[in-house]
Design a protein around this ligand. Structure first.
Ligand code: TMP
Length: 209
């Protein structure tokens, strides 16, 4: 049995991840690949409950370290119960956000040291790393404008000021540039179908490997 691949989508709010995730699933299914679409924080019943705490605007007093530990508690469940078993069974996993989001939001956004995140990463992920990560990138004003236009009440992260997202975006871009083999940085200000074409080309390469 050939091990499945892990594909992750990252980017700040409003860059169009959900649309591209759905297209990615369809594209892989056209290749007869069995696909599991999931998200972080979330993806299991415990992780979805942790997500509800993390996104709750009534919990603004949570420290950055508590936030990071909750992200990794959710991730541990997600890896142990969904991602590792799926990959072992030959299923490809597509995750709406994963580990890089902790470096972007808790590292860049909240200012926690990358070394603290790396310790948790080693504990929880072991040797698991995404095979391919799409970073959908757009200027903060454009992304936040789009996000605001389509959502209802903002959650705890969406309520952050623009400079939080500026730092998160910069941290994402720095990680992507440091690992060019794994990341594809996509200009998310382009039309949806043009972005999808770039994604499909990268997926086809991975399928052919
Ligand atoms: P979303 O999946 O609807 O975008 O919401 C999840 C929020 O959680 C989003 O604002 C990013 C944030 N987040 C982190 O801060 N750190 C993480 O490690 C992950 C996975 C998400």
């Amino acid at each position: 049995m050939k091990r499945g691949k892990l594909i992750t989508f990252e980017g700040i709010e409003g860059v169009g991840k959900s649309t591209q995730l759905a297209f990615t699933r369809q594209h892989l299914e056209r290749h007869q690949i069995s696909v599991c679409l999931t998200r972080e924080p979330g993806g299991t019943s415990v992780s979805e409950r942790i997500r509800a705490i993390l996104l709750d605007r009534q919990e603004p007093a949570m420290t950055a370290m508590t936030e990071l530990l909750l992200m990794f508690a959710a991730r541990n469940e997600h890896c142990a119960r969904v991602i590792f078993p799926a990959l072992d069974a030959g299923t490809w996993v597509i995750s709406d956000r994963f580990n890089d989001a902790s470096y972007a939001y808790q590292g860049g956004g909240r200012g926690l040291p990358a070394e603290s995140i790396a310790i948790l990463e080693r504990l929880v992920l072991q040797n698991l790393r995404p095979d391919l990560t799409f970073l959908l990138d757009a200027p903060v004003e454009v992304a936040l404008g789009r996000a605001a236009a389509r959502r209802g009440e903002p959650d705890r992260f969406e309520s952050e000021r623009a400079d939080f997202f500026t730092r998160a975006r910069a941290a994402y871009l720095a990680r992507a540039r440091a690992e060019p083999m794994r990341f594809r940085i996509l200009d998310a200000t382009r039309a949806i179908d043009i972005v999808a074409c770039d994604i499909n080309a990268a997926l086809d390469e991975l399928v052919a490997k």
